[in-house]
Design a protein around this ligand. Structure first.
Ligand SMILES: C[S@@+](CC[C@H](N)C(=O)[O-])C[C@H]1O[C@@H](n2cnc3c(N)ncnc32)[C@H](O)[C@@H]1O
Length: 438
C-alpha cells in the first residue's frame, strides 16, 4: 500500500483535465469515502477512466450519520435531479456496499426494502439495469473495533468504476519479458497518472530495465523511449528471470511487451546508455520522465568509466569498464537531467529508497527548476521504504541566478551535494552493500 497515493493520483488527474480539487468540508484523507464538489459526470468519467487507486464514483444524493438522517437528506435532494433516472420506462437495481463489515444477505435486502420512500417508478433489473444506485455504509477503519451501526451512510447513483482491472490484465506474472526488478503493474499505472501522461506525449525512462513503466505510459497513449546501461536487458539476451527458463527466448524485449498489450505503435526505441553521461541534445525533449533508479539491492548501481578514474593502476592490463554509481549522484543527475530535458510543466516521477529510522523530508533531493508536487511512502519493511516522488518543471535552467541558488542549502547543486543528504546516502549505500552481501 502507498500512503497518500490516491489523493495525489486524483489531484494529478484533475489537474490533467484542468479541474480543481474541491473536497467537501468534512473531507478526511484516510476515510474510504470521499466527497468532491464541482465536477460534472463527464469529468468524473474521465478521472475514473484513468484511476487505478479509486474503486468507484457516484453522484451523491444523500448522506447522514443514521438511516433517519439519510432519509431526511434524500428527501431534500431536488426531485428534478432524481426523476431522469427513475421514470417508469427505466430499469434499475440497488447495491449495498459496506466498508469494514460484512452484512448478511437478509440484512442487505432489509436495507434495500427500507429505501421504498424514494420515488422509483421503473422496473428492477438485476442483470442489466440502466441505472445502478448504491447504499454505502462506513464502519470505520479499525478491524478490531467494528461498531454495530455504521459511522456514516451515503446513497447515490453509480457513475463509473476505476481501472483496477489493469492491475490484473497487465500483471508482470503474465508479461512476455520480465526481469528481477520489473515494476508492478499497479504501481506503474499510478506513476503514469502522477506524471499526468496523456495521448501523444513523449515519455522517457533513463533506467528502463524491462520497460514496465513504458508499458503503462503507452497504455495512456504516450510515445515511449528509454535507456539502460545493461546491454543484455536492452537486447533481451542473457539469463532469464523466469523460474523454469535458463536463457531469455527470442523476442523477449521491451517492444514485444508493448506488442503484448496492443501498444507497439507507441514504441519509439530503447538504447544502451549510461544515465550519468547524457547523450541527448541540449533541449527540452520529454513531456514526462518516469523511472525506478537502481538501488543496488537487486541490481547493481553502476556507471560507465574506467576504474583508472579512481584508483589509477597504470600497469594493470585488466581495466573494469564500470565503476560504482553513488546513490546521491544518481538522484542529483536525474533531477539535473530532468531540469534540462523536460518541457515546461512536464513531470518527473521516480522512486527514492529510504532508511526509515533516519528519514526526514530534507533528504528528498531538490532542484531549483523543479517543484516538489508530492512525496508518498510505500513501506517495504520495518526499516526500509521507498518514496514515490513527483516533481514538475517550473523554470528553465538558463533562468536561474546560479549564485543565488547555490547558496541555498535546500537545493541539489548541479555539481557536488548537499552535505547532509550526502551523508545520508552514504549510509544507505553502505547498508545496501552489507545487505547484498548477506
Ligand atoms: C530498478 S531497475 C528498473 C526496472 C524497470 N523499471 C523495469 O520495470 O524493469 C534499474 C535499472 O537501472 C539500470 N542501470 C543501473 N545503472 C545504470 C546507469 N548508470 N545508467 C542507466 N541504467 C542503469 C539497471 O541495469 C536496471 O535495469
Amino acid at each position: 500500500m502507498i500512503f497518500c497515493s490516491l489523493l495525489q493520483e486524483i489531484k494529478a488527474l484533475l489537474a490533467l483535465s484542468g479541474k480543481p480539487f474541491h473536497p467537501c468540508e468534512s473531507f478526511k484523507e484516510k476515510s474510504p469515502f470521499w466527497c468532491l464538489n464541482g465536477l460534472s459526470e463527464e469529468d468524473v468519467r474521465g478521472i475514473m477512466a484513468r484511476s487505478v487507486c479509486a474503486k468507484s464514483a457516484f453522484e451523491l444524493w444523500g448522506h447522514g450519520q443514521t438511516h433517519t438522517e439519510l432519509r431526511t437528506s434524500l428527501l431534500n435532494y431536488p426531485s428534478e435531479n432524481m426523476s431522469p433516472f427513475m421514470h417508469k420506462d427505466s430499469t434499475y437495481r440497488i447495491n449495498v456496499y459496506t466498508f469494514n463489515k460484512t452484512l448478511a444477505f437478509a440484512d442487505r435486502i432489509k436495507r434495500i426494502d427500507a429505501m421504498e420512500y424514494l420515488p422509483f417508478k421503473g422496473t428492477v433489473s438485476l442483470k442489466s439495469p440502466q441505472h445502478i444506485f448504491c447504499l454505502l455504509e462506513d464502519y470505520g477503519t479499525d478491524p478490531n473495533n467494528i461498531p454495530e451501526h455504521p459511522d456514516y451512510i451515503y446513497f447515490g447513483r453509480w457513475i463509473a468504476d476505476g481501472q483496477r482491472e489493469l492491475i490484473r490484465s497487465h500483471s508482470v506474472k503474465n508479461r512476455h519479458f520480465i526481469g528481477n526488478t520489473s515494476m508492478d503493474a499497479g504501481l506503474s499505472f499510478i506513476m503514469a497518472n502522477h506524471a499526468k501522461v496523456k495521448e501523444n506525449d513523449l515519455v522517457f525512462d533513463p533506467f528502463v530495465g524491462t520497460g514496465s513503466l513504458l508499458v503503462a505510459c503507452s497504455h495512456f497513449g504516450a510515445y515511449v523511449c528509454g535507456t539502460d546501461i545493461d546491454y543484455n536487458t536492452i537486447h533481451g539476451k542473457g539469463r532469464s528471470s523466469r523460474k523454469n527458463q535458463k536463457w531469455r527466448g527470442p523476442d523477449e524485449n521491451i517492444r514485444a511487451n508493448l506488442r503484448q498489450y496492443g501498444t507497439e505503435k507507441m514504441y519509439v526505441d530503447v538504447m544502451v546508455s549510461d544515465a550519468s553521461k547524457s547523450v541527448w541534445k541540449e533541449a527540452a525533449l520529454f513531456d514526462a520522465i518516469i523511472t525506478d533508479p537502481p538501488y543496488g539491492i537487486r541490481e547493481s548501481t553502476r556507471r560507465t568509466g574506467s576504474h583508472k578514474d579512481i584508483t589509477k593502476p597504470p600497469d594493470e592490463s585488466h581495466v573494469p569498464v564500470s565503476q560504482a554509481y553513488h546513490l546521491s549522484d544518481i538522484f542529483t543527475d536525474l533531477l539535473n537531467f530532468s531540469a534540462h530535458h523536460l518541457v515546461m510543466g512536464g513531470r518527473l516521477v521516480y522512486w527514492l529508497p529510504v532508511y526509515r529510522p533516519e528519514y526526514c523530508e530534507e533528504m528528498v533531493p531538490l532542484n531549483p527548476c523543479l517543484q516538489l508536487i508530492s512525496n508518498c511512502e510505500q513501506t517495504l519493511s520495518s526499516h526500509t521504504s521507498r518514496r514515490l516522488i513527483t516533481m514538475e518543471k517550473i523554470k528553465e535552467p538558463e533562468e536561474l541566478d546560479s549564485l543565488a541558488y547555490l547558496a541555498d542549502p535546500r537545493f541539489s547543486p548541479y555539481q557536488g551535494h548537499n552535505a547532509f543528504r550526502e551523508k545520508y546516502f552514504s549510509g544507505l549505500n553502505k547498508r545496501e552493500n552489507n545487505h547484498t552481501q548477506e
